[in-house]
Design a protein around this ligand. Structure first.
Ligand code: NAD
Length: 280
């Protein structure tokens, strides 16, 4: 018996349908939800992400504003742009596409975004709120991961949860969200010794490593919920997750596919964050 597939694409579609109604309700109150997306430079992957975000906004009726800036844009110019967007009442969410060119201090830029418009939830104020259990913007990928775990129906409370990866955008915030739901949480990383012995304890295993097919079947507890955050580009246009889907799907209880798992949910949560901000 194979694992049950957690269909992120399907869940994201259902969420977007529900969002259309919420957008209509906001518009009836005279509020047109707006998301500003800022892209500096010509990173091809970033260009694709920005295009997808624009399309998602159109699907649900959110107005998107794009700001494309040259790769040599001085940091101060970017900070000034964010300042303007912070003050612009048409803009409810602001997203600065990462990574930024090397001469720009990423943290300084993220700190500039007004916390209530911080659609990605990366401003340290929102990070602090997340850790403190206060209300704030929650980063999109970790929020999507949580929705997929909920879709499995497996309760998080009291469960052994293992997150592989400790990045600020995925691993750490996901661990905090699992902790908030009363999981017993372990964070693993590149210096963890004997990783398989830790991952094998997990009732809920989240992989955010960035190495194709890294999590093998013998690292997974039978019946576990396995959430694969990885997007690893192989030769050509093929994409692989961090989990060896072929092997792991034979023993896990639930598994997310790549593509079609965490990716679409991340995109849906960005719309969700924008709508929540617009409704405030
Ligand atoms: P990152 O490179 O910032 O972090 C990777 C983490 O993996 C690090 O904390 C590192 O310690 C850990 N790691 C590396 N090698 C390891 C090893 N041998 N054993 C154990 N841990 C190891 O990456 P990230 O930004 O967190 O992204 C992780 C993956 O998720 C990437 O494939 C990325 O493309 C993908 N991603 C997907 C989405 C989405 O929407 N689905 C969003 C963000 C990132």
């Amino acid at each position: 018996m194979g694992a049950e597939i957690l269909d992120g694409s399907g869940l994201a579609e259902r969420m977007k349908e529900e969002m259309k109604a919420r957008v209509a309700a906001l518009k009836a109150r005279g509020i047109e939800p707006g998301l500003a997306v800022v892209l500096v430079g010509e990173n091809p992957a970033s260009q694709i992400y920005v295009r997808m975000k624009k399309k998602d906004c159109e699907t649900v009726g959110i107005k998107s504003y794009e700001f494309l800036r040259d790769k040599d844009t001085p940091e101060q110019e970017l900070l000034d742009l964010i300042d303007e967007l912070n003050k612009d009442p048409r803009v409810h969410g602001i997203l600065v596409q990462l990574p930024l060119p090397g001469h720009i201090d990423e943290l300084r830029v993220l700190e500039k975004i007004a916390p209530e418009k911080d659609a990605d939830g990366f401003n340290p104020i929102n990070v602090g709120r997340l850790v403190a259990g206060a209300e704030g913007m929650i980063p999109c990928t970790p929020a999507g991961v949580m929705e997929l775990i909920k879709l499995s129906g497996v309760p998080i409370k009291g469960k052994e949860c293992v997150v592989v990866g400790r990045s600020n955008i995925v691993g750490k915030p996901t661990a905090i969200l699992l902790l908030r739901e009363h999981g017993t949480v372990t964070i693993c990383h590149s210096r963890t010794t004997d990783l398989p012995s830790v991952t094998r304890r997990a009732d809920i295993l989240v992989a955010a490593v960035g190495i194709a097919n890294f999590i093998k079947a013998d690292m997974v507890k039978p019946g576990a919920v396995v959430i694969d955050v990885g997007i690893n580009r192989l030769e050509g246009k093929k994409v692989a997750g961090d989990v060896d889907y072929e092997g792991v799907s034979k023993i896990a209880g639930f598994i997310t596919p790549v593509p079609g798992g965490v990716g679409p949910m991340t995109r849906a949560m960005l719309l969700e964050n924008t709508l929540r901000a617009a409704g405030k």
